[in-house]
Design a protein around this ligand. Structure first.
Ligand code: ADP
Length: 474
């Protein structure tokens, strides 16, 4: 179903799209698929709603969001199950995602009350200078399938808190989670047009959103090539933009690191979501002196992970999103093997061919020339590289055009601080493989994107700064 101007509806054309379960390949539901016309209607609904929503007090906007968060809490089991069914991650991981998704709504429900302006010292006694922060207008949000609930709330909660109205386009492979989240927003009683949901062909909806002068903000999470294209498409209407794009996270393990903790960290950052996360570990740099032991221990642990349908008990690693994703992983592993990479565990498809499963894989002797280094694999493949010293590993870790997340394990405090300042990444975890929280900014450097989501920075992305100079002399 589409959700436009406070109403659930079908597409004007009656078109639909099928939603598949990647663990079974079966169709689990069919939803309305809208296009250009419906997107136009949603933009106009959001434009109309903006006139009054921008005038609502922060407290009032916060109350609606708090209500939406309550409803999400009530329905958390249902939302998590939907995520697992359409996207594949194991149910406990989906439950964690829903908890994270709710955190964003709760946090921004509170933050809505704190959209402060500033006063600026004047150069003349007869002037009073002020900076106002005002909502930018209609915000278009385009979200991916890998976190089909939390990527939505991380965008629409701050937008709505700031006083913007929203048109959301989720990934066509995971519309059901988006519908579940929107059901909560609908029940929370937001005025009609504040939040709108359009499901359908990406290209057609995307063009309408980017070309429309009524859309003043575009927030996107997805691949770098699509992000670049959307930037170009938005140029004619000069929108405010934020983008969370691809990543290629280094995970650096020094010889003094707690090896058990580092291995646990790699298992968490590499195999969770089957490696389909922009902050997934992509390159594991291990100090030469401990690399052999590290590789063996990591492979032993990775081989124990249970692969399967995320609805089954005890499953650690679900399927990849689709056959193309599986083929890309196969291609990267074959390329690594051809360039003398050694498979320590995994290296094959998993199962009876029904779902798109791949075994957790560890590859030793990884090289800079391999596709696993130069491209984002987006799969459960952990390549190990060795390094000699700090300077060398910083140089190699920073080499990529991406700059989203980096991890570093060391017990040397000074080294931890040096790594913190030298790594050219928007998010750095020092002895912490899970550095993402609602109250902190998430976002990348270089081709990993622009702007931030989460925390105080996240709401600023939906606000314009207006400078006002008032003459106060007689
Ligand atoms: P992935 O490769 O992880 O699917 P994409 O960048 O293709 O990443 O998708 C992320 C989001 O961008 C999804 O909602 C997808 O539908 C959308 N998208 C993909 N292509 C376009 C496009 N041409 N215009 C607008 N949105 C797009």
């Amino acid at each position: 179903m589409l959700y436009i101007n406070g109403e659930w509806r079908q597409a004007n054309s009656g078109q639909t799209l099928d939603v598949l379960n990647p663990a079974t390949g079966e169709i689990i539901n069919t939803v309305a698929s809208g296009g250009k016309e419906e997107t136009k209607e949603a933009i106009q609904a959001a434009k109309k709603a903006f006139k009054s929503w921008k005038k609502a007090t922060g407290e009032e906007r916060g109350k609606y969001l708090a209500k939406a968060a309550e409803l999400m809490k009530e329905k958390k089991g249902e939302i998590a199950r939907t995520i697992t069914m359409e996207m594949g991650k194991p149910l406990p991981h989906a439950e964690r995602e829903v908890a994270g998704a709710i955190n964003y709504v709760v946090w921004y429900a509170e933050e809505a009350k704190r959209v402060y302006g500033e006063t600026i010292p004047a150069s003349h006694p007869d002037k009073h200078l002020m900076l106002l922060r005002q909502p930018v207008g209609v915000a278009a949000a385009i979200t991916p399938w890998n976190f089909p609930a939390s990527m939505i709330t991380r965008k629409i909660a701050p937008a709505i808190a700031a006083g913007c109205t929203v048109v959301l386009k989720p990934a066509p492979s995971t519309p059901l989670s988006a519908i579940k989240v929107f059901e909560c927003f609908h029940e929370a009683g937001f005025p009609e047009g504040v939040a709108n949901l359009i499901i359908g062909p990406a290209d057609e909806i995307g063009k309408e959103l980017t070309k429309s002068p009524d859309v003043r903000k575009l927030t996107f999470t997805g691949s770098t090539p699509v992000g670049k294209m959307l930037l170009k498409e938005s140029a004619d209407t000069v929108k405010k933009i934020s983008m969370e794009l691809g990543g290629h996270a280094p995970f650096i393990v020094f010889e003094d690191a707690d090896m058990g903790a580092a291995i646990k960290g790699v298992l968490g950052t590499k195999f969770v979501n089957s490696g389909q996360t922009c902050i997934s570990t992509n390159r594991i740099y291990v100090a030469e002196s401990i690399a052999e032991e590290f590789g063996q221990r990591l492979a032993e642990q990775a081989a124990k992970l249970k692969v399967g349908n995320g609805l089954e008990d005890g499953v650690d690693v679900g399927p990849l999103i689709n056959e193309q994703a599986l083929e890309k992983v196969e291609n990267h592993v074959a390329d690594a093997v051809q360039q003398n990479g050694k498979v320590l565990c995994g290296g094959n498809r998993y199962g009876n061919g029904k779902g798109s499963f791949y075994e957790p894989t560890v590859i030793n002797f990884a090289q800079e020339s391999m596709k696993i280094t130069t491209e984002e694999t987006f799969g459960p493949v952990a390549p190990i590289y060795t390094f000699k010293d700090e300077e060398e590993v910083i140089e190699r870790a920073n080499h990529e055009s991406y700059g989203l997340a980096a991890y570093c394990f060391t017990k040397d405090l000074g080294r931890g601080y040096r790594m913190m300042s030298e790594l050219e990444y928007g998010i750095v975890g020092i002895n912490d493989p899970a550095p993402i929280v609602a109250q902190a900014p998430f976002g990348g450097f270089k081709e990993s994107g622009m702007g931030k989501e989460g925390g105080r920075s996240g709401i600023l992305e939906y606000l314009e700064e207006k400078f006002v100079s008032v003459g106060i002399g007689n």
